[in-house]
Write a protein that binds this ligand. Sequence first.
Ligand SMILES: C[S@@+](CC[C@H](N)C(=O)[O-])C[C@H]1O[C@@H](n2cnc3c(N)ncnc32)[C@H](O)[C@@H]1O
Length: 213
Amino acid sequence: MQENRNERFWGDHADIYDTEIDRVIGSDSRQAIFDYLLTLPGLGDAIEFGCGPGFFTRAIARNARSLLATDISERMLDRARQNVQGHPHVRFRKLDCEETGLKSDTFDTVFTANVVMILERPDRAIAEAYRILKPGGRLILLFYTMHGVGIFDRFRMMARFMARFRGVPFKHFFTMGETRALAERAGFRIDELKYIGGPMKAIYLEATKLKTA
Ligand SMILES: C[S@@+](CC[C@H](N)C(=O)[O-])C[C@H]1O[C@@H](n2cnc3c(N)ncnc32)[C@H](O)[C@@H]1O
């Protein structure tokens, strides 16, 4: 099947994504986020939206009973399959997170890192997360921000990103308040909203699908 534009953009960067993001974000910041994710207990049956080459997938896999790692790009999924070996409870599937086609009330956890800001309609992905979560299930969402980064370093980072990725795939720059509103609009109760990582930080949100609507 022919790749659409979004799929092709990410597929074209599948082989270089990890090394280039380490250069732009800093490997210590990515590692700090990874280490934070390792501390999350009891993720149960989990799904990841937009797993990319699987860097954070390995952290989430640690405390999940099962994990369905999904991405719109088959080439990203190929990288993830190579990078996430030795975890028989992790499966991979090509899916559009705005419309997964999966059954409602299925998962204990939906995890997604660095995806909402590149989607045309992030509200659709969050509504989809809500639909496929069991009542009481948890959304864990994070994305890198430039919080605490000085103006010159911001420009330097954007320039570095554009040079490496030959384009700017971002559609949104969410603040804390907009991140909260995104989840609340879908019906979630916000449990945590904070910065994690460092020196480059990520906005981190945990939210629950309430048992009774
Ligand atoms: C910025 S990368 C993040 C990768 C990984 N989550 C990480 O943080 O290292 C975004 C990923 O989302 C995927 N993606 C883009 N649009 C998507 C969609 N509609 N449904 C599922 N995945 C999507 C891309 O193929 C890419 O692998």
